[in-house]
Write a protein that binds this ligand. Sequence first.
Ligand code: ZN
Length: 265
Amino acid sequence: MSRPTPGPFHAARNGPQPGPRAGAARPADIRCAVCGTSSRQTRFRPMPPEGAPDLDLRPGEPLRSTMAAWLQQCPHCGYVAPEIAHAHPAAIEAVGTAPFRALIADSTHPPLSRRFLAYAYVLEETGALHAAAEATLQAAWAADDARKPDLARAWRGDAVALWRAGPPLDAEQTVRVVDALRRAEAFDDAANTAGQLAASHPPEAVAGVIALEQRLIALEDSGRHTVASALPPPSRRPHASHGSIARRSTGPGLWERLRRLWRRS
Ligand SMILES: [Zn+2]
């Protein structure tokens, strides 16, 4: 397993990835790369999830409940990133703009959502559209937790627009687009996108998830469901977690890797 390096690279998939050195790091004085102000910050070290992830790959518990620790924010300029000691040149510019100032000050949004939206804005300004989509989806997760369904639906729609504005998506990411559309109650778009993906003969695990999505879309079910409801029992492939198959690039793919993460539970 590669060592986790929190940041946009990992945010491009589904937030922090579990690593071997999980647990709370000690707070340290960190100098903001945008304004130079020092503040006490903690670098997040993700722990492996034990529960199954949602269909949009929001991690299971206990990682699920740690979103408040995923991003650092400078108390002076408001810059947001997994590590504010580093900043893309375009990010430095973005923090000074009126839209960024408005995002971090908008008290009608849940505070944690604001932080992810501010990070999404910075990522979008650096041209990292898929990472911006991920951070926007995370803002929706925080809105789910804050019981703000209208905001969560709107931000899922924004996340889909960012995904589609970026480079072509692979089958696994397209499933997440379908899930975001379903949960945003954009059922027609969700059904069309799911149908195109199903017709493209995707890998078995993706096909299983997309079949569940199609059933939920037909029922106009916009609720949360986990990968566990879509995949066959782990016993079906007892050796999948061992041997070379797991390391081949044409191997089991993200869904299989994910399933192994919570098989223990
Ligand atoms: Zn700062």
